[in-house]
Design a protein around this ligand. Structure first.
Ligand SMILES: CC(C)(COP(=O)(O)OP(=O)(O)OC[C@H]1O[C@@H](n2cnc3c(N)ncnc32)[C@H](O)[C@@H]1OP(=O)(O)O)[C@@H](O)C(=O)NCCC(=O)NCCS
Length: 151
């Protein structure tokens, strides 16, 4: 496994959104579908990104670009949601698990009690991460959610 240290992306919102957009555009259609739980063309992707304003964003840089990005949203004072993606050519190197662990640690440090992860039933990698963290997985049709306790 390649070691990689996630960095916090403390960019102004327009630059953050541009960075997210560039990363998401580099995802394959299959990875985009897994990330957004549905197929998104480039126009839809831009609309999604321009509506997004994560409370915390972490990234792993490699080959002069952010290849792995995690977004953390604080839903209220104690609940958070996580979304993450790793560009296809960089998957399987441990970036996803590293980011996931760091995201949970950041949520815990902000006194969050639970983190929700939404994913497609076919997404065995993220399901594995959730189970490793003690999360129960609940599925309805093709969509699943795992609520991770941080206590
Ligand atoms: C899910 C995702 C973030 C994982 O990132 P990654 O960098 O490839 O993950 P890692 O290399 O850290 O670990 C992947 C683990 O999943 C396992 N895995 C991958 N595909 C699998 C499959 N089809 N079945 C079972 N396990 C699988 C790997 O074996 C590995 O586990 P191991 O280290 O114990 O062997 C990445 O695949 C991705 O971005 N997918 C598209 C977007 C997405 O699904 N986002 C999550 C929903 S928000």
């Amino acid at each position: 496994m390649q070691t990689a240290v996630p960095e916090t992306l403390s960019f102004p919102l327009p630059l953050l959104q541009q960075t997210l957009c560039e990363h998401y555009r580099r995802l394959s259609p299959a990875s985009r579908k897994l990330r957004f739980m549905g197929g998104l063309n480039d126009d839809a992707l831009v609309r999604v990104v321009h509506a997004s304003n994560p409370d915390l964003t972490l990234g792993i840089e490699c080959d002069d670009a952010l290849r792995a990005i995690l977004e953390l949203y604080f839903v209220d004072g104690i609940h958070a949601e996580i979304g993450l993606s790793v560009e296809d050519a960089y998957q399987g190197r441990g970036y996803g698990r590293t980011l996931f662990h760091r995201g949970l640690a950041e949520a815990r440090a902000r006194n969050m009690e639970t983190v929700d992860v939404n994913f497609l039933r076919s997404n065995l990698a993220i399901k594995k991460f959730c189970i490793e963290e003690g999360g129960e997985v609940r599925c309805r049709g093709a969509e699943c959610v795992s609520q991770l306790s941080l206590k």
